[in-house]
Design a protein around this ligand. Structure first.
Ligand code: ACM
Length: 555
């Protein structure tokens, strides 16, 4: 590489990313297209090729945590890479190229340094997560399609560009959500989603496990939750709510406890925490179809066949708290995450207004209205979670009637809820329906599959990319309470894995950059220029996605 190009490249780094400086003359591999964009990136001319002789040298603290990554290396290369044992280490030290993983306490948590040179690959990190993310970047430096299903054919496939990368996430919480209540998605799909998420450096999977239309998690103390609550008689036909027409087909499914454990362990290997959501007091029709005694009326509802906001909600009586805390105890046993999501969105209060039992609780507790009753409900549940060492998270309706003392707010409506919660000193995850609802249309309604059509609001790829999680009117102490952001995939109209992936990708790539990359690194045109390669990686992994017009326009 000429000195001139290198100088320009270094200068460009302050303003732009990867591809802007990745095309020196004579470069043997195509420009590097990393998603999400790293904080610091430099590329020089030339390549290094890893071979079956490559020495793998790992600092002991990372040995256990890197096992799965090393397994991936072995499987994808088909090469017998071995760890160097101590007795041979000295002799092997001179063997190059090497893959070395070194502990550097000054590298931020989840961050990493990755350098490829004639000497090989050098990774530095302060945590297993950092090493893991370095590997995700390493994978993006290799040709698309290198995976265990189609291993590299020759050593030459392991040719890497020469780069120096310093990287760390902007936000600690980087999430995607999946609603399995409206439509059920099996473990195989969830694992594929976790694979793709981890390749994009997401670290939270919000699993929306209970809904009016289905209860999806085995609970031993209350077997009817899945025997009855996991099944609906039929599903409303798309767009046929009024007048109603159903498809006449029984529909449902649920996860056994073993399946949940399998997913949690799979996610953990990929440095993703699974946050379960058990909805209360609303969106509870499926639970109340199984156990109507925890409702406020004498009538047992059926598991819903239609979407929307339903009146059937849990009644705030002692038997209900005993039921819900027993359920939550079984959930806590399955999910190690500190945060336990209890929903609390969209709770019509009609049944509480009409219920003598609910009104008696309000009088007993001196509560002024049903909003305060909801707040009382949430506080009771929070006390239980705190006793178990967990913390409550709920949708932003938990602000109404008074926020529970330790609650984290998932802000899905206006930024005002995020602002209000941070000013009260509470943590916030932003998941606004203006930018991060992946069930909304992403293009021309005539061309797209039926999607959520609300407030004439489309959420295009560029809309997602333009999302800034920190509201501008927060001071720095308040801004520190914004832990990160998440996109939600509600599945009223999404019944198949292919459709779910079509709605997720590439919008999740844009969100990955919002939550991982430094704010000054964000550059729409540059992101678009990196998309073709990123999409070719999804294609090679058999993940469906929508071809965005921006990329089609390039062809
Ligand atoms: C929500 O979209 N009801 C949280």
């Amino acid at each position: 590489m000429s000195v001139t190009h290198r100088a320009i490249c270094l200068l460009a780094l302050t303003a732009t990313i990867a591809t802007a400086c990745a095309q020196p003359k004579g470069l043997e591999r195509p420009p590097v297209s990393l998603v999400p964009a790293p904080t610091g990136f430099e590329q020089t001319d030339g390549t290094v090729t890893l071979t079956s002789e490559t020495r793998v040298d790992i600092e002991p603290q990372f040995l256990e945590g890197t096992q799965s990554q090393l397994e991936w290396l072995r499987e994808t290369t088909g090469l017998p890479w071995e760890l160097v044992d101590d007795s041979k280490a000295a002799a092997d030290r001179s063997r190059q190229p090497a893959l070395t993983i070194t502990a550097s306490p000054e590298v931020p948590i989840e961050g990493y340094r990755l350098e490829t040179s004639a000497a090989g690959v050098r990774i530095e990190a302060s945590s297993d997560a950092g090493v893991f993310y370095a590997f995700q970047t390493l994978r993006q430096l290799l040709p698309a399609g290198i995976d265990p299903a189609t291993p590299a054919r020759t050593d030459a496939d392991w040719q890497l560009p020469l780069v120096t990368i310093e990287d760390a996430p902007r936000f600690a919480y980087r999430g995607l959500h999946l609603d399995v209540g409206r439509h059920f998605f099996d473990v195989a799909f969830v694992k594929t989603m976790l694979d793709t998420m981890s390749s994009l450096k997401f670290n939270r999977f919000h699993w929306h496990l209970t809904e009016d239309q289905g209860w999806r998690v085995q609970i031993d103390a209350f077997p009817l939750l899945t025997e009855i609550g996991a099944w609906r008689n039929e599903t409303v036909l798309p767009g046929q709510l009024d007048p109603y027409r159903g498809d006449g087909k029984r529909y449902g499914g649920f996860y056994t406890k073993d399946e949940i454990r399998e997913v949690v362990a799979y996610a953990r290997e990929r440095h993703i925490e699974v946050i379960p959501e058990i909805e209360m007091p609303g969106h509870a029709t499926a639970a109340l179809a199984a156990y109507p005694e925890f409702g406020c009326t004498d009538q047992a509802p059926s598991v819903s066949t239609t979407w929307g906001v339903h009146d059937t909600i849990f009644c705030p009586k002692e038997a209900t708290f005993s039921f819900l805390t027993t359920v939550l105890d079984e959930v806590i046993e399955l999910f190690p995450s500190t945060l336990i999501h209890i929903g609390a969105d969209e709770v019509p209060k009609r049944q509480w207004k009409e219920s003598a039992e609910a009104q008696a609780v309000m009088r007993r507790e001196g509560l002024a209205d049903e909003d305060e009753l909801q707040s009382y409900f949430i506080r009771r549940i929070e006390q239980h979670l705190n006793k178990r060492g967990r913390r409550l998270i709920g949708w932003d309706e938990i602000l109404e009637g008074g926020l529970a003392p330790d609650a984290t707010v998932m802000s899905w409506r206006t930024p005002q809820s995020a602002i209000a919660a941070t000013k009260l000193g509470h943590d916030v995850i932003r998941t606004p329906n203006e930018y991060a609802y992946f069930d909304f249309y992403q293009g021309d309604h005539e061309q797209e599959p039926l999607a959520m059509d609300w407030a004439q609001r489309d959420i295009t790829l560029e809309t997602v990319y333009s999302f800034e999680p920190i509201p501008s009117d927060l001071n720095s102490a308040e801004a520190a309470h914004i832990l990160g952001a998440q996109a939600n995939l509600w599945t009223e109209y999404i019944a198949t894995p292919e459709h779910a992936e079509y709605m997720l990708y590439p919008r999740a790539l844009a969100l990955a950059e919002v939550v991982w990359s430094a704010a000054e690194r964000r550059d729409w045109d540059n992101f678009v220029s990196r998309l073709p390669e990123a999409l070719s990686r999804l294609e090679a992994s058999d993940v469906d996605f929508r071809w965005p017009s921006e990329v089609l326009g390039m062809k």
